[in-house]
Design a binder for this molecule. Sequence first.
Ligand code: NAD
Length: 503
Amino acid sequence: MSVLEDNIRKLDGYLNRFRDGGIANRIAGQDTAGSGGVFQSTSPVDKSVICDVAHGTSEDIDKAANAAHDAFAAWRDLPALERKKILIRIAEGIEARAEEIALCECWDTGQAYKFMSKAALRGAENFRYFADQVVQARDGQHLKSPTLMNITTRVPIGPVGVITPWNTPFMLSTWKIAPALAAGCTVVHKPAEASPLTARLLVEIAEEAGLPAGVLNTVNGFGEDAGKALCEHPKIKAIAFVGESRTGSLITKQGADTLKRNHLELGGKNPVIVFDDADLDRALDAAIFMIYSINGERCTSSSRLLVQDTIREEFETKLIERVNRIKVGHPLDPTTEIGPLVTEEHFNKVTSYFDIAKQDGATVAAGGEVVGDEGYFVRPTLFTDADNQMRISQEEIFGPVLTSIAFRTEEEALQIANDIPYGLTGYVWTNDLTRALRFTDRLEAGMIWVNSENVRHLPTPFGGVKASGIGRDGGDWSFEFYMEQKHIGFATGQHKITKLGAN
Ligand code: NAD
């Protein structure tokens, strides 16, 4: 039996329970039907129905927000070491079920097993990392003044909403939920409607690890009803959101009446800038990895290649050769590098750019075609002869599609890199240290790597500028979002209190 056949057999075993029972909402530790009935989850691999999913609406969100509200005080007040132990047990539970998570994620989203097996384990790492921060999370400072002993402390903000997208849903959910729980918040999670499977596995693992009922609640449903209701709910104190920039604006508007605190991780159209003095082989590997891994459905993807004109021809020739050799196939085949795109709607969006590129006058130098008609497969695509004003250069395509733009000088590269509404990541390839310093200083992006692809280190700040987001995750930055700073001043008794009405 091949590894692919074996993975399909294993997946079949894991999916049986979903086929039989569907996916319920999980509220206060109970399976709960959706007030809106059910919707169906389908696989992008062959368009088959996976299972029924509870269609949560504002009624279910209300129940879940109340459950999170009721569970909050006890979770907040549980000794830090107890909360830490539970988070570590969640990490262990994820590790024990990593294969199940990865296979289900691949089937639900079309992501290749090659990457999803690692993403499942990164979910466990997120829990381990924030478990280690639990004890210090509430620590503060001592800021002495002449007449007061001032101290600061941090307290969890309360029940929070977590709204996640479909691209790497399990890993991204843990990235938000782990620090929220570590801070002492309770959570209502609204996963993306296109990828509900692994959110269900996460809440199960968490409860089996001893997370008290109501601390993590999962409500499936659509953005315009369940998601909106979560943003509007008065008992939800903050929304941690990952998704498109235009949805980020809606989140802000929807939360205005309840003065919601929002953390927005949004879209990107990130430049990888290759100067002619760079290590071109490594730059090529990294540029290819950052746009064609994870189906290009990656917020930090390097979707705009800015290449110096002196090396453009040589670089693009090598690029085309490699792109044409990328293996598109069944996501459960461990050698597959690109699987199908997540939904029909997204497939239609991505493939529409094949014509847009031609209309704009660019060249389709590789790919630009669909593969078969069983699922939503496309060839990895490269557009050349592009300029930065074309739609293929300005719009987030969110697929395995790269636009190459030539530049002459450092100044021109910077101008092109910044001439975009987004500002999530940037990748700079040069061996000139002072140029790297100058360039990164002026590049408008929340995260920049020099001579590297995106290598995530959990204590570093993660987030974007401009239309790519507001707020940072990672390290203590996560706690800044999920917690409130409090100042308490203790008078030493000597200062003069101004007397009114005393004369
Ligand atoms: P999306 O914005 O369509 O949906 C994301 C989530 O928001 C889903 O759960 C959806 O149901 C919900 N939603 C939709 N409308 C809503 C509303 N009015 N109120 C509340 N919730 C609502 O995004 P997507 O298509 O699922 O994901 C792809 C996008 O996510 C891309 O733009 C990508 O760049 C972005 N993304 C960003 C990061 C980052 O860290 N910056 C990471 C991953 C993905």
